[in-house]
Design a protein around this ligand. Structure first.
Ligand SMILES: *Cc1c(COP(=O)(O)O)cnc(C)c1O
Length: 410
C-alpha cells in the first residue's frame, strides 16, 4: 500500500470526530452490533431508530390497546395528512395540505399518473427514461396500454441520468406527462428538478417525480421548483421499516380538479355518511383510497423529527462528505483493480449513493454479506454503496471499501 492510500484510510476517524451529525448514529438500533461492520444499504432499507421502539410500543399499549376504535376519531383518520405535513415541512420544501401518506410507491405512482393524465386528456405521450426504476417503467407501460398512449423513452447513460438537453429533445406538443426519478436508483444522478419542471411546462406537460432515493438525503423544494406531482418511499432514508407506506404530493393548484382512479370510501367527501356515488374529498385527502396502514406510519415519524431537528442541509452536507470520501477510497484502492465508477463524480449532480462496477461484483457482494459488510448489488455488475447520512459513519465506508479490495485481491 502506498503512503497516500494509508493516509486516506486513516482519515475516517478524523472525519467521524469532526462530523456534526456524529451523535445521530447512536440514536439508531444496531449501530453497535459487531456482526455488521459496515451497513451500506440504508437506501434500500434504513435502520430503525431507538425512538421507534418506544413509539411502536406506546402505540400498541396506549393507542391501539387503550383507545381501540376511538383511535380513528381521535387521531388515526387524520394521521396520513398530519405526518404528510410534517414530512413536507422537514424534507419536501412543500407547504401544508399537499402531502399524504399511504399505499406503496408503486400504487401511488399509478394513482398520480392516472390522475395527472386525466388533467391533460388531449395529449397522447408519456415521457420516461430507460434507466428509471423498474416499477415506474412497468406501470407506465400498463397505463399506456389502458389509455392507448405512446411512451416516449429517453435513452440515458447508465452512469448518469436525464439531462435538460435530453428532456428538451423528448418533450413536445403531444407530451401529457413526464415521469422521472429525482435521484437515479442505480447511478445516483441528481436531476435538476426545477429545470425539468420548466422544460415540461414549456411543452405543456405535467411533471411527476419519483423521490424514493432523494427524500431524506437531498434538500427538496417541490413548491418553488414547480413540481406537479411526486411520490416517494419511507422505508429508505426515512427509516419507516420494511413496507412502510409511501407518500404522495399533489401541487395545490391541481387539487380541485385532480381525481385518482381508485375510488374508495376513505377518500370520499364525508366518508361516514356511507352515501351513494363517489365525490372526492376536498384537498389532498382525495388521494386516499381505503383504510391506510396506521401501524406502518409509526416509525417514519422519528426520522422525520430527526431531520426537522438537524435540518436537511446538514444531512446533505454529511451525505456529500460520505460519498466524496467513498469515491476517494474507490479511486485509490479499487480503480487499480479494474473497478469503474458508475456514478457522477461531481457532487452537485449526485445524490446519496455511489455505484461501482466490476464483472465479479455479484459474487463479491454475496461473500461480503457473509462477513457482515452489507452493500447492495445492482445488475448488471454494480455494487451500490448507500450511505444514509444520519446512520452511516465514515469508518463504515472505510471498512466496506477495504473489504471489497481484500475480496478482489482474493
Ligand atoms: C425503491 C423504489 C421504489 C419502490 O416502490 P415500492 O412500491 O415501494 O416497491 C420505486 N421507485 C424507485 C425509484 C425506488 O427506488
Amino acid at each position: 500500500m502506498t503512503h497516500t492510500q494509508s493516509l486516506a484510510l486513516e482519515r475516517s476517524a478524523e472525519l467521524d470526530a469532526a462530523d456534526p451529525l456524529r451523535s445521530c448514529r447512536d440514536l439508531f438500533l444496531g449501530t453497535d452490533d459487531d456482526s455488521v461492520s459496515a451497513y451500506l444499504d440504508g437506501n434500500s432499507l434504513g435502520r430503525p431508530t431507538k425512538a421507534s421502539v418506544e413509539r411502536i410500543n406506546a402505540f400498541m399499549i396506549e393507542s391501539w390497546g387503550g383507545r381501540l376504535i376511538r383511535g380513528w376519531d381521535e387521531q388515526w383518520f387524520d394521521l396520513p395528512i398530519t405526518i404528510g405535513d410534517a414530512l413536507a415541512a422537514a424534507a419536501l420544501g412543500a407547504a401544508e395540505g399537499q402531502t399524504t401518506i399511504g399505499d406503496s410507491t408503486t400504487v401511488l405512482l399509478y394513482k398520480l399518473a392516472r390522475g395527472a393524465l386525466a388533467l391533460n386528456p388531449e395529449r397522447t405521450e408519456i415521457v420516461l427514461d430507460r434507466d428509471n426504476f423498474p416499477t415506474d417503467r412497468y406501470l407506465l407501460e400498463a397505463i399506456a396500454g389502458e389509455l392507448n398512449l405512446t411512451l416516449r423513452w429517453i435513452e440515458t447513460d447508465r452512469r448518469g441520468g436525464v439531462t435538460g438537453d435530453l428532456l428538451a429533445d423528448a418533450v413536445g406538443e403531444n407530451t401529457a406527462l413526464v415521469v422521472l426519478s429525482h435521484v437515479a436508483y442505480r447511478s445516483g444522478y441528481l436531476l435538476d428538478a426545477a429545470e425539468a419542471a420548466r422544460i415540461t411546462h414549456e411543452a405543456g406537460g405535467l411533471l411527476l417525480l419519483d423521490l424514493c432515493h432523494s427524500v431524506g438525503s437531498v434538500p427538496l423544494e417541490l413548491d418553488s421548483w414547480g413540481v406537479d406531482f411526486a411520490v416517494g418511499c419511507t422505508y429508505k432514508y426515512l427509516n419507516g421499516g420494511p413496507g412502510s407506506p409511501a407518500f404522495a404530493y399533489v401541487r395545490h393548484i391541481h387539487l380541485d380538479e385532480f381525481v385518482q382512479p381508485i375510488w374508495g370510501w376513505m377518500g370520499r367527501a364525508e366518508p361516514f355518511e356511507m352515501a351513494q356515488g363517489y365525490v372526492p374529498a376536498q384537498g389532498i385527502r382525495r388521494v386516499i383510497s381505503g383504510t391506510p396502514s396506521v401501524f406502518g406510519m409509526i416509525a417514519m415519524q422519528d426520522t422525520i423529527e430527526m431531520i426537522a431537528e438537524v435540518g436537511i442541509d446538514a444531512v446533505r452536507a454529511k451525505s456529500i462528505a460520505l460519498t466524496e470520501y467513498a469515491l476517494e477510497l474507490v479511486r485509490e484502492l479499487l480503480v487499480p483493480l479494474g473497478v469503474a465508477i458508475a456514478s457522477p463524480e461531481d457532487s452537485t449532480v449526485r445524490g446519496g449513493h455511489v455505484t461501482i462496477d466490476h464483472p465479479d461484483f455479484k459474487a463479491v457482494t454475496a461473500r461480503l454479506w457473509e462477513k457482515g459488510v452489507i452493500p447492495d448489488y445492482r445488475a448488471p455488475h454494480g455494487i451500490r454503496l448507500g450511505l444514509s447520512p444520519l446512520s452511516t459513519s465514515f469508518d463504515e465506508v472505510r471498512v466496506g471499501i477495504l473489504a471489497i479490495r481484500d475480496d478482489l485481491l482474493g
